[in-house]
Design a binder for this molecule. Structure first.
Ligand SMILES: [Zn+2]
Length: 130
């Protein structure tokens, strides 16, 4: 990976980080689409509740991503040479994959292996306790 590419990764990660934490970098014009300006008061409640549900489930999914974004940024800073390598097998990750997911940690192959259930402890059903 070239310095320019690493730089691009850093920009992508910083933008993602800003998006996920809600802290938009000062340079970027913030979106003025929230509360104060949006909408009248008619029929707003149900929609708001729905939006909140969506937002909170999205946040839950995003938590893991944020952690990985932070980790990737740390790696870029502390160990830039290893950035862009699969943490499992050490293969260089395709740049296209990194551009889509700059926080990605594994190559497609290793990710696939990790996603497969390993036959860990089975989840207890509620009925087991009755
Ligand atoms: Zn790998």
């Amino acid at each position: 990976m070239t310095d320019a590419q690493r730089d691009e990764m850093r920009q992508l990660l910083l933008a993602l980080h800003a998006e996920l934490t809600g802290k938009t970098p000062a340079k970027i014009e913030p979106n003025r689409t929230d509360d104060s300006k949006v909408g009248g008061d008619e029929d707003e409640q149900p929609l708001n509740e729905m939006m909140q549900a969506i937002a909170s489930s999205r946040n839950r999914n995003m938590d893991g991503v944020l952690a990985r974004v932070v980790k990737a940024l740390g790696k870029l800073r502390n160990d830039p040479d290893s950035f862009g390598e699969c943490e499992e097998c050490g293969d260089e990750l395709p740049y296209r994959r990194l551009k889509a997911m700059p926080y990605v940690e594994y190559c497609v192959e290793c990710q696939g292996k990790k996603d497969k259930p390993k036959g860990g402890p089975t989840r207890k059903k509620l009925t087991d306790y009755t």
